[in-house]
Design a protein around this ligand. Structure first.
Ligand SMILES: CC(C)(COP(=O)(O)OP(=O)(O)OC[C@H]1O[C@@H](n2cnc3c(N)ncnc32)[C@H](O)[C@@H]1OP(=O)(O)O)[C@@H](O)C(=O)NCCC(=O)NCCS
Length: 189
């Protein structure tokens, strides 16, 4: 698919571009991001450049991942994307620069991405399932998914790896037929 942008009341979601290299590099130095997102560590400028150029160009072109830089008042704030796209489903993933966390912006950005994923073609992808996963213990990520209407599905014991180390993995999903109101999750208050 051709790269496309999305927007919300407060944000622009634009495909990552070379102008984002410094901000992606800086955001990926954050220990929280490194602890919860399977990025290379140490994370180098070369990793950021490869991500915003080759990786992004390839995954948009071969329809396996659609990712966006989140821009708040023109400034890079984080990344949100749809991963493992295919067979009528896609997985939601995200990270925010620490300076932009806790403002509700990531939840707002995810809302636009979910709208796009669920909308019928040609406006959207028309997927019937959006998956969410996080290493067990990532309560911030869980709270975002819970607020967006995802249903908690359980813990896959040692079900995911982080740089070669197996970790318990939380999973959830939102179906096209689900209402998108916040749900009760057993792992959250
Ligand atoms: C997870 C993350 C993306 C959330 O971004 P954010 O900007 O804080 O998201 P929002 O402001 O839209 O919403 C966060 C919600 O989670 C809650 N939250 C944040 N950290 C939390 C924690 N440790 N425990 C419980 N709730 C938490 C916030 O209070 C907020 O809920 P509220 O609106 O009811 O107050 C961000 O913390 C991050 O980038 N973390 C590191 C990378 C990461 O974990 N990515 C996800 C991998 S699955």
């Amino acid at each position: 698919m051709e790269k496309l942008s999305l927007s919300t009341a407060n944000l622009e979601l634009v495909p990552p571009a070379p102008a984002d290299v410094a901000a992606v590099y800086a955001g990926c130095q954050d220990p929280e991001t490194q602890n919860w997102v399977p990025i290379p560590v140490p994370y180098t400028h070369a990793d950021a450049l490869e991500y915003v150029t080759t990786h992004t160009d390839t995954t948009w072109a071969n329809d396996t991942e659609y990712t966006w830089s989140i821009r708040s008042e023109g400034t890079f704030a984080g990344v949100v994307g749809l991963y493992r796209v295919g067979n009528g489903s896609a997985d939601l993933g995200f990270w925010m620069d620490p300076a932009f966390r806790g403002k509700g912006l990531l939840t707002e950005a995810c809302g636009a991405v979910i709208d796009f994923a669920l909308a019928q073609a040609p406006a959207g992808l028309g997927v019937v399932r959006i998956g969410w996963n996080a290493y067990a213990g990532n309560f911030g990520s869980a709270r975002v998914a819970q607020k967006l209407g995802f249903r908690f599905e359980g813990t896959a014991r040692l079900g995911a790896s982080l740089r070669g180390e197996l970790r318990d993995d939380w999973g959830g999903s939102l179906l096209a037929s689900d209402d998108r109101s916040a749900q009760t999750w057993p792992i959250l208050d």
